[in-house]
Design a protein. Structure first.
Length: 174
C-alpha cells in the first residue's frame, strides 16, 4: 500500500471551499486541511461530525457543582460549623443562598479547566510536541489540503490543478 499524499496549496479561502466541495463530490478522501485562520463552514464542507465538547462542558460543570456542594456541606456544616453573620449552621439548605456564588465559581472553574485538558488530549497537543505543519506558508497566507493517493496520482494532480490550486505536490509519507 502506498503512503503517498497530495498537497494541494491554495491562496484564497473561497477557492479552497469550492475545491473541498469538488473533492468530496468526486469521492476523494481528504486527510486534513491546514489554514492560517478558521474558515467558516469548512468543517461542514469536509463532512466532519459536530464536536461533542459542549456535552463534556455540561458534565464537567455538573461535577464542579457537585464538588462544591459536597465540599461546602462538609466544611461549613459537618466538620466545623460556625455562626457567621447569624446564619444557622445546622442545615445546608438554610445556608444555600450564601453558597450560590461558590457553587457558580466552582462550576465554571471545573468546566473551564477540564475542557482545556480534554481539548489538548483530544487534539494530541502534548508539551514539547513537534509541529505537524506540512508547509510553513499555511501559518501566513496559504491553505493546504492533504488528500490520500490510491494509485491515481496523475488523475489527482490534474484534478487539483483544475480546482484552482496554485501548487500541487505529491509527497511520500513514511
Amino acid at each position: 500500500m502506498s503512503n503517498k499524499v497530495i498537497y494541494a496549496i491554495y491562496n484564497d479561502d473561497d477557492v479552497l471551499m469550492n475545491a473541498v466541495k469538488q473533492t468530496r463530490a468526486a469521492h476523494h478522501h481528504i486527510e486534513e486541511v491546514f489554514s492560517p485562520f478558521p474558515v467558516h463552514g469548512l468543517d461542514k464542507a469536509m463532512g466532519i461530525a459536530p464536536t461533542r465538547l459542549a456535552i463534556c462542558a455540561f458534565i464537567y460543570g455538573c461535577i464542579g457543582i457537585t464538588v462544591a456542594t459536597v465540599m461546602m456541606n462538609y466544611i461549613m456544616i459537618q466538620d466545623w460549623p460556625q455562626d457567621i453573620g447569624g446564619k444557622p449552621s445546622f442545615s445546608y439548605v438554610d445556608n444555600m443562598p450564601a453558597f450560590v456564588p461558590i457553587m457558580f465559581e466552582m462550576t465554571v472553574f471545573f468546566a473551564a479547566h477540564l475542557m482545556v485538558i480534554t481539548f489538548y488530549m483530544r487534539s494530541r497537543l502534548w508539551p514539547f510536541k513537534q509541529a505537524e505543519n506540512p508547509d510553513v506558508r499555511t501559518t501566513d497566507d496559504h491553505f493546504l489540503m492533504e488528500v490520500a493517493v490510491n494509485n491515481n496520482e496523475e488523475e489527482l494532480v490534474s484534478f487539483f490543478k483544475k480546482t484552482g490550486a496554485v501548487e500541487v505536490k505529491v509527497i511520500d509519507k513514511h
